[in-house]
Design a protein around this ligand. Structure first.
Ligand code: ZN
Length: 332
């Protein structure tokens, strides 16, 4: 089959972070360089236009779409002005139940309590589905400023775990993702109280407020899309629960911005994090398209409710251009 040389890019954050274990942030300088590459060598399009062209079979060559997941405040404060500078449209998928929340996303809270300087007990128990799991930090119960500096470039894709805290962080990322939100929250609360931290979000890691979502949606360039209420693994929920997450996030965001919300992105977005049932619910809820999070190009017959996306990392413009060239094959 002949592929259309185009694709959807997945971003999360535009920010300068000292430590980014999930590799979610692109530095503002790099984001500007990437937008320049898109403007000069590609055809940046709004997601809805892009899908309309996909359906008609009229997608231009080198058409790309910029999307953001989750709803971090930096999407407004750092990304929007740059998108405007380069006239690149974007869709921002917002976790509706986290708008205006005083706490960080669970993965950021976990990184903060385990991989930022502080003390935790040498051993403690967590509640994993009703059974106690003993966490042993041993000599890593204290994590110093020196440790933070030493391991500042560590991330989840690295094969090594330089300290027991990194091993525990990796393990808990897997467990917490699948965990019921309330149980996960009890565990995070327990770890924060051991560490003596307040759970108030760090200014560098907070989510958008309702007012900021409205600001983000102002103008022609940014589309607000839905990303559920609580960011669950939808495949783990009953149909009823999925319906509530999906429909309510659409409704909440529509009430917030005063216009229709037509695009959706599955939390986590791998092919095991949602099911055929989920796709049907998204369609019935009135969305026109939905983005997944596995990589790939797009063909005319690609299911517009399971659009592949390609995750962008903190690359310079040059690295980004090379990466784009490697998968956006220039042939029709
Ligand atoms: Zn997400």
């Amino acid at each position: 089959m002949i592929g259309t040389p185009c694709g959807i890019l997945a971003y999360h954050r535009v920010a300068e972070l000292e430590f980014d274990p999930q590799l979610l942030a692109v530095a503002p300088k790099h984001f500007a360089e990437q937008l320049q590459v898109l403007r000069e060598a590609y055809r940046p399009m709004a997601l809805q236009d892009w899908v309309a062209n996909l359906k008609r079979g009229t997608l231009p060559r080198r058409a790309v779409v910029v999307t953001f997941d989750d709803g971090y405040a930096d999407n407004l404060f750092n990304a929007k002005a740059l998108l405007e500078n380069y006239s690149v449209p974007a869709t921002v998928f917002i976790t509706a139940g986290r708008v205006g929340n005083s706490e960080e996303f669970w993965w950021d809270q976990l990184a903060r309590v385990l991989l930022e300087p502080g003390d935790l007990p040498e051993e403690f128990d967590l509640d994993v589905g009703g059974t106690a799991m003993r966490i042993r930090l041993s000599e890593a119960s204290q994590y110093t400023e020196r440790d933070r500096v030493l391991h500042h470039s560590w991330n989840i894709l690295r094969p090594d775990d330089p300290t027991p805290r990194h091993r525990v962080y990796r393990l808990l990322c897997q467990l917490f993702q699948a965990m019921d939100e309330e149980v996960r929250d009890v565990n995070i609360e327990r770890m924060f109280s051991y560490a003596g931290y307040s759970r108030q979000a760090r200014s560098t890691h907070r989510t958008l407020s309702a007012l900021e979502v409205r600001d983000l949606a102002k103008g022609e360039l940014v589309e607000v899309g839905a990303h559920t209420i609580t960011h669950p693994v939808l495949a783990n929920l009953s149909s009823e629960e999925q319906r509530a997450e999906i429909r309510s996030s659409k409704q909440m965001l529509e009430d917030m911005i005063g216009c229709r919300v037509l695009s959706f992105a599955y939390p986590y977005g791998t092919d095991t994090s949602y099911t055929a049932d989920t796709v049907a619910i998204v369609r019935e809820a009135g969305f026109g398209q939905a983005c997944a999070n596995f990589s790939g190009g797009v063909w005319r017959l690609t299911d517009r409710y399971q659009l592949p996306r390609n995750v962008v990392r903190d690359w310079s413009g040059e690295e980004f251009a090379r990466w784009l060239d490697s998968w956006v094959l220039d042939r029709t």
